[in-house]
Design a protein around this ligand. Structure first.
Ligand code: FEO
Ligand code: CA
Ligand code: CA
Ligand code: CA
Length: 643
């Protein structure tokens, strides 16, 4: 590592070369987005609904109505249908934007393999985390309280009821594209040209698409904010490591791109967070070092994509790109409403194999972000902002640019501590040059302070009662148990939950295990390898899976699935099952919770050739290749999804 000056600024704010956050905000506010009003955000929360609402307050006349009132898909039915999804008889679904659909209605139609230019205008591959943002103009205009009898509206302005209807039937969906094998994307095992590499790179990243329900069917519609962000899109950095040598390649500083975009987050100020997970898979010829080794970067780690053979940016032996891998493994903030915003990588949140970023508003309106690092025996982290996010937003900065990073230690007695990962911590001061060095190597900071090694932390979600849930998907390498990871090996995974002191901002917590998937194996609640999670404002927990489901007997083996849990009773019901080879991931809702979006990722074998005869799903026009796609789920009676 380079010798670096010791007084790095922990609280350094972003130094964007391009558009500043204040400019982004100004643009957003001019579109009447509820960003700076304070009241609007405090009341509506991140979900556009009062956060404390219970089911019975939500227009439900029967206050004793159970949280779940649907007929689950049975194990027996799911075990006999593997080539097409199954959904509860009380629900229906439609399919939306498979990989390769244009992000604008008049964009290039899907051909296989796509050209680099076409793919950059089309929905990417490997659909994963996502979120739905209503359009700012579909919220009521802020009224002048001193002039309440004349709010300036005209008869042509939509009524509050019409606006609510608009918010729930048109909006922006931002969706991650985690990965796509060469055999699927290119129809060949390795890229044969730089064009092949570009197609693969353009299939990664994020899609921002406008969608609307027209004549009862959701579809992609026009909008200036639509865009693709991929591996070659300009990005910028914020926070202590932003201008650091560790993020520079030789003399230039022009960071580009995001990749392996796994799960996500969304903020109270209406931005989207995309999280970079297994970035090591794209870099080759990494010289041996403790740092590279700790992040899985090796001489051969990028062999399967093979980008480095045509694009030396992914060749870490190149003197020009020795630090390129340090630019990945971050949480990236995106404005869904402004295609000119340059995505910001927030170094204060640490560099790891980020699964997702679950945002809560804590004491004093400080923003809190919970994050899992999804590899075997890795850690759970949280970021806590320095002051009210509203004050920071009012200054034109991102509340994610500065704050403290912590890592979790789970004690055997069901208490825990969040250990501060700052250079002020004496255990860390001797190991790292400065705060930037620490954040770029956050995993190694976690090692130094004895963080608890977990069974692959996947999604985290914050429930209405301040309980935080985390999916620990499985861990074949665990040999010794602890009470937070009680099975060795952990074949089926589990869901842990905790509650922090001081409304998310404290440094202690109490925890317990919500569900051990092994205990469901012989029941109708059967699931394994929990991955996607989302807690709704009423007490339901949505669980998505990525791994073997069942297997106690062949007749109980089913495809990956979406389940709903009642967090009060622990009951679980199966809502949806996917198709062979896929995982179910990604969760988004309209504000009224009556439309849910999920993703079927990597359906089929993932191989273009074998797909010709074997794979029909999702059955869109065009080349018969398995295509990741989004599934829109509604209740037949128009009720809240999950109920
Ligand atoms: Fe991208 Fe850990 O799932
Ligand atoms: Ca995945
Ligand atoms: Ca996942
Ligand atoms: Ca997974």
């Amino acid at each position: 590592m380079k010798a670096i000056k010791k007084n790095a600024q922990i609280t350094g704010s972003s130094s964007h070369k391009s558009r500043s956050f204040s400019e982004i905000l100004e643009a957003a506010t001019s579109r009447r987005v509820v960003l700076q009003g304070g009241v609007g955000l405090a009341v509506l929360g991140v979900f556009g609904r009062p956060l404390t609402l219970k089911a019975q307050d939500n227009g439900d006349p029967d206050a004793t109505e159970p949280l779940m009132n649907f007929t689950p898909v049975t194990v027996a039915n799911a075990a006999t249908q593997r080539n097409w999804p199954l959904i509860s008889e009380d629900y229906e679904y439609e399919l939306l934007f498979p990989w390769g659909d244009p992000i604008l209605p008049d964009g290039p139609v899907f051909a296989h393999p796509p050209s680099p230019d076409d793919q950059a205008q089309q929905v990417g591959v490997g659909h994963d985390g996502m979120w739905y943002f209503p359009h700012p103009e579909d919220f009521p205009a802020e009224t002048d309280e001193d002039d309440s009898d004349d709010d300036g509206s005209t008869d042509d302005d939509p009524t509050p009821e019409e606006l609510e209807q608009l918010r729930n039937s048109r909006g922006v969906l931002v969706i991650n594209h985690e990965f796509g094998s060469n055999s699927r994307v290119l129809g060949e095992d390795l890229p044969l040209s730089l064009d092949d590499v570009r197609t693969s790179q353009h299939a990664h990243g994020v899609s921002v698409v406008n969608i609307e329900r027209i004549d009862g069917k959701w579809q992609i519609v026009e909008g200036d904010n639509a865009r693709r962000i991929h591996v070659n899109t300009p990005v910028t950095f914020s926070g202590p490591a932003a201008e650091h040598d560790l993020l520079k390649n030789r003399d230039e500083y022009e960071p580009e791109g995001t990749l392996n975009n796994c799960a996500n987050g969304y903020t109270p100020w209406n931005t989207y967070l995309t999280c970079e997970e297994n970035f090591h898979q794209y870099f080759s010829e990494a010289p041996y070092s403790a740092e590279n080794s700790r992040y899985g970067l090796s001489y051969t780690s990028g062999d399967s994509y093979g980008w480095f053979r045509r694009d030396s940016r992914f060749q870490l032996s190149s003197p020009f790109y020795r630090n390129e891998a340090n630019r990945f493994g971050w949480v990236v903030e995106i404005d869904p409403h402004d295609s000119s915003q340059v995505p910001v990588k927030h170094t204060s949140l640490g560099r790891l194999k980020h699964e997702g970023a679950a945002v809560a508003v804590g004491l004093d309106k400080r923003v809190v972000v919970y994050m899992g690092d999804d590899s075997q025996n890795e850690y759970i982290y949280k970021f806590v902002g320095e002051e009210s996010y509203e004050d920071i937003i009012a200054r034109g900065e991102s509340p994610l640019a500065s704050g403290k990073l912590y890592v979790a230690r789970f004690n055997e007695d069901f208490t825990g501590e969040w250990v501060e990962l700052t250079i002020e911590n004496d255990d860390l001061a001797s190991e790292f040059d400065d705060q930037a060095d620490l954040l770029v190597h956050a995993r190694m900071a976690g090692d130094e302070v004895g963080a608890t090694k977990m069974d692959r932390p996947e999604w985290i979600t914050v429930a209405h009662d301040e309980q935080v849930y985390c999916a620990l998907t499985n861990n074949s390498s665990r040999s010794e148990t602890d009470s937070a990871n009680p099975e060795a090996p952990n074949v089926y995974g589990h869901i842990i939950r905790w509650k922090d002191s001081e409304m998310h901002t404290g440094t202690t917590f109490e925890w317990n295990i919500f569900k051990l998937a092994s205990e469901t194996q012989t029941t109708e609640e059967m699931f394994g390898s929990p991955d996607g999670l989302w807690a709704d404002p009423d007490g339901r927990l949505f669980i998505e899976t990525d791994g073997t489901q069942g297997g106690v007997t062949d007749s109980r083996t089913i495809c990956n699935q979406l389940l709903v849990a009642d967090t009060n009773t622990g009951e679980i019901r199966r809502l949806f099952t996917g198709v062979d080879g896929c995982e179910i991931t990604g969760i988004a809702f309209t504000p009224d919770q009556k439309t849910m979006f999920i993703n079927v990722q990597h359906p089929g074998t993932g191989n273009y050739e074998s797909s010709q005869s074997e794979q029909e799903f999702p059955g869109f026009d065009g080349p018969n290749v398995p295509r990741d796609c989004t599934v829109v789920i509604t209740r037949k009676d128009g009720g809240i999804v999950g109920s």
